[in-house]
Design a binder for this molecule. Sequence first.
Ligand code: 5RP
Length: 294
Amino acid sequence: MADLDGNKIEKNYYTEKAFATNGNFHVKGAANLDWGMKKHLTNIFNPRTGNTVMFAFDHGYFMGSVSGLERLDLLLPRLVDHVDVLMATRGALRSCVKPNFRKGIALRVSSGSSMLNDDLSHEVVAVDIEDSIRMNADALAVQVFIGARGQLSSIDNLSKVINAASRYSIPTLGVVAVGKDMERTDQYFKLATRIVAEMGVNIVKTYYCDKFEEVVAACPVPIVVAGGKKLPEKEALEMAYRAMQGGARGLDMGRNIFQSVHAAQMADAIGKIVHRKFTAAEAWEYYCEATKTK
Ligand code: 5RP
């Protein structure tokens, strides 16, 4: 094709260069947003470090009572002091989190499929903007299924939530979903995270992968990394460290915290990597020390 002659096809992510349009605000891509948005984002990202530890326990919206989350009422009091944000459904928050909880809330607003379905990629927007405001949410979380059968409806869900949330200066968190048959490659995550960011989300949640720093560089809003399936604690801390080294602005971790025998100490060790620049080895040593007598 003649019109492709001379087109540049190789990509350059300039990973060594800092994001150029941040002004003096601590959240990537948010310098031009209004006061309300910045206030919510500051409830999520610590202004001292620019980072966050989010505890994800929204799994029940499609998995029911997952191992480790059977009794939210008993688990949450042990964890809330060790994390910056709770990511959950409105049902879990209203029933099991005291309203005097003073940290961030990422409210899961998309829902609709369960593990009994072959295809989880068809969701709906289950929580409307009025109830999100009543919950005082700092971000609305929507699952996005790029490349899956439900891609179009999930993009529709995301657009509706961004349009509604923007009217009230509430940030949106796009959760890049990876089905069991999908590849966890940097090519896939570059595609999916960038599409979700261009849709207008303020935070992207995705998985760690090879060349993660390129995924981060090409995404104009902060990336928080999901924990994924339970790993031995040492490996989970190593993954968290690599993600932060690669430019993630935090972890949004579930099973690797709540399925650990020492969930609070695990959350605490993650926090040392995220906010205190601990290496993986230092965090592991900290975790071992903290759990010695437990
Ligand atoms: C579900 C989610 C979960 O919040 C996410 O998977 C985080 O949990 P984990 O660290 O256990 O993967 O977004 O779609």
